[in-house]
Design a protein around this ligand. Structure first.
Ligand SMILES: Cc1cc2nc3c(=O)[nH]c(=O)nc-3n(C[C@H](O)[C@H](O)[C@H](O)COP(=O)(O)OP(=O)(O)OC[C@H]3O[C@@H](n4cnc5c(N)ncnc54)[C@H](O)[C@@H]3O)c2cc1C
Length: 565
């Protein structure tokens, strides 16, 4: 198979997660096994070409260097004994991302018998193709911007001679090394040590109390497991719009393949303008790619704090040269050249934007236009579990299936919940308590912050859409915060939204260098009903950017001061 076809073939998690796909690809690896010597290694080897092909085709991981081999040994061992106990399990988790890992392990730690079924890579999106690799790339980009800033701001007193060169391969290598270093925590061995029966294969329901594992090693028969409770933790995948001519067949990239890039794109076009899109836009623009973001509406984050979108757009344009095309519609994708090994493909993109037509030649089209839950092929009908193919598993406030009281849903595959790693982890705890210990911990009681790790970061919690008519808004700009002044980094603001006429916090929107750290204080306050005065009375270390958060509280306190006049 030509490598360009490999690139295309590796786009779809749906394909990867289908039992037939697993069986087909596995029979190829068995073939390899039969052809190779009897001493074939039980671990992934960077020096075995057959392993490289297998990792790339079946698991979407390349290059198979030592770090990626180490990663796979943890999260998808080449050989894994699927050992079944003759028992009715307290909980079976289908899926091995944050949701599956936390739910199955917590049950085992609390004395129950649990199973985790992993079809692809344990650690799910977060470890393999999400939070972890993206934040490693973000760190390198931040360092590059810092060095450039030192060059362009001699007042800092750092003299850097010559040009600042970016070594893309070194950046990707660092990412792979760190990902492999983090992997053991999510690995199969760790789960087994905790007491979880880990199965490698595709999980699907047989009936309302039975799940079948189609093992990844095609030489085993499907294994049937009985459960008292089941947790569907199958996550999601990038949505590929089906109404754009030429897109489906084009060698586009998603988060599943982005972190395998062996070359820095010349011109990256990003379809979508959410968190993943903007993080990667700034990263690749900083590395030196021209980056164009296609924004569907006329502003970034149209359903969030109305000040945030314009603020962030200006910041990303000025600091990183990211180009935004608003009201953009990708009309057609023509493939001019397929990818070949590490050589990138070439596509001609026809775009209409606000009545104007334009064409862009791009060697990397990143599709980041939303997420689709993995709910197909689970045979949910057999288990009487209601779902919506676009939204996910339909659950009540206890995260329990609306149609089968013994089945629960955790994380990105669930309808109507924020799609974040910490949400999946927290939902797993909710589900273990409700499913196994008969608790009534409600999803509606969770206060879930979110952060986009651009520079500056954008974090929010609660409802940040209100205006001065509907809520009281307390604002502090970082312009006047001593720490921001001293750091030479005055971009950003804090906005705290309170119920009208009270200090009850309903939301917070925060743009700052470390907004993701700052938002946690407000989340804690909201979770424990601490009013804004409480934040104002919370003594903050001086000088910190947190002074801006405290400042919002002080505005409210000071507005009620006793006065002498
Ligand atoms: C580029 C990117 C960056 C991100 N950055 C962040 C971030 O910084 N912070 C943050 O909070 N979130 C981030 N996210 C979101 C985060 O990755 C997800 O919310 C999180 O991974 C969801 O966890 P999960 O367990 O619900 O699903 P997943 O991580 O998707 O895990 C699902 C698992 O189930 C397996 N599976 C599916 N079907 C089956 C089956 N039938 N049988 C067996 N196994 C199956 C899959 O192989 C996978 O391992 C990011 C996402 C992306 C794409």
């Amino acid at each position: 198979m030509a490598s360009s076809q490999l690139f295309i073939a590796s786009q779809s998690t749906v394909a990867l997660l289908q039992p037939s796909h697993i069986l087909a690809s596995i029979s190829k690896s068995n073939l390899h096994r039969m052809n190779s010597s009897s001493q074939e290694s039980q671990t992934w080897s960077s020096s075995d070409p057959a392993d490289s092909v297998d990792a790339r085709k079946r698991l979407n991981i390349w290059p198979l260097d030592d770090d990626n081999a180490k990663l796979l040994d943890e999260v998808h061992p080449k050989s894994w004994p699927n050992t079944k106990e003759d028992t009715v399990y307290d909980l079976i988790a289908i899926g091995a991302g944050a949701g599956g890992l936390v739910s199955s392990r917590q049950v085992a730690r609390r004395g129950g018998r649990s199973v985790m079924i992993s079809a692809h890579l344990a650690g799910g999106d977060c470890l393999n193709v999400g939070c972890v690799p993206s934040k490693a790339l973000i760190r390198s980009a931040r360092m590059i911007r810092e060095v450039r800033k030192a060059q362009s701001h001699p007042e800092f007193g750092v003299q850097i001679g010559g040009s600042v060169d970016v070594d893309f391969n070194a950046i990707m290598q660092r990412m792979r090394k760190l990902r492999a270093e983090i992997a053991p925590v999510d690995g199969h061995e760790r789960g087994k040590d905790i007491g979880v029966d880990v199965f490698q294969g595709f999980g699907r329901f047989v009936d309302e109390s039975t799940i079948e594992v189609v093992p990844s090693s095609g030489d085993e028969d499907p294994i049937r497991l009985k459960f008292k409770k089941a947790a569907i933790c199958t996550g999601g995948r990038a949505t590929i719009p089906d109404n754009i001519p030429g897109l489906k067949k084009a060698p586009y990239t998603t988060n599943e393949t982005l972190f395998n890039l062996g070359k820095l794109p010349n011109h990256m076009v990003i379809l979508g303008s959410g968190v993943v899109a903007l993080e990667m836009a700034q990263v690749f623009a900083t590395y030196g790619s021209k980056v164009t973001v296609l924004v569907r509406s006329d502003t970034l984050f149209p359903r969030s704090d109305p000040d945030a979108g314009p603020y962030l757009q200006k910041s990303l344009e000025e600091s990183s040269n990211v180009e935004f095309v608003k009201l953009a519609k990708l009309q057609n994708v023509e493939t001019l050249r397929d990818a070949d090994g590490d050589d990138l493909p070439l596509m001609k993109l026809s775009i209409s934007a606000n009545g104007e037509e334009m064409e862009i030649e791009s060697d990397c089209l990143l599709v980041a236009a939303g997420r689709t839950p993995n709910v197909e092929n689970l045979n949910l009908e057999a288990a009487n579990v209601d779902f919506d193919v676009k939204q996910g598993i339909l659950v009540d406030d206890l995260s329990k299936s609306v149609s089968n009281p013994n089945v629960f849903s955790v994380g990105d595959c669930t309808a109507g919940v924020p799609r974040l790693t910490h949400m999946s982890g927290e939902m797993a705890k909710v589900v273990v308590n409700n499913a196994i210990f008969d608790d009534d911990w409600k999803l509606s009681s969770l206060v879930v912050p979110a952060c986009m790790y651009t520079e500056p970061e954008f974090a929010s919690v609660g409802d940040v859409t209100g205006d001065n008519e509907s809520v009281d808004i307390y604002t502090a700009s970082l312009e006047h915060i001593d720490r921001a002044i001293l750091d030479g980094d005055r971009e950003g603001y804090v906005k705290i939204f309170c119920k009208k006429g009270t200090g009850t916090i309903v939301g917070c929107s925060l743009i700052a260098g470390r907004a993701g750290e700052l938002i946690n204080e407000v989340t804690l306050a909201m979770k424990h009903n601490i009013p804004l005065e409480g934040i104002g009375r919370n003594i903050h270390c001086y000088p910190t950017t947190g002074d801006a958060v405290m400042g919002c509280g002080l505005q409210l306190i000071n507005s009620k001061w006793k006065r002498l006049d």
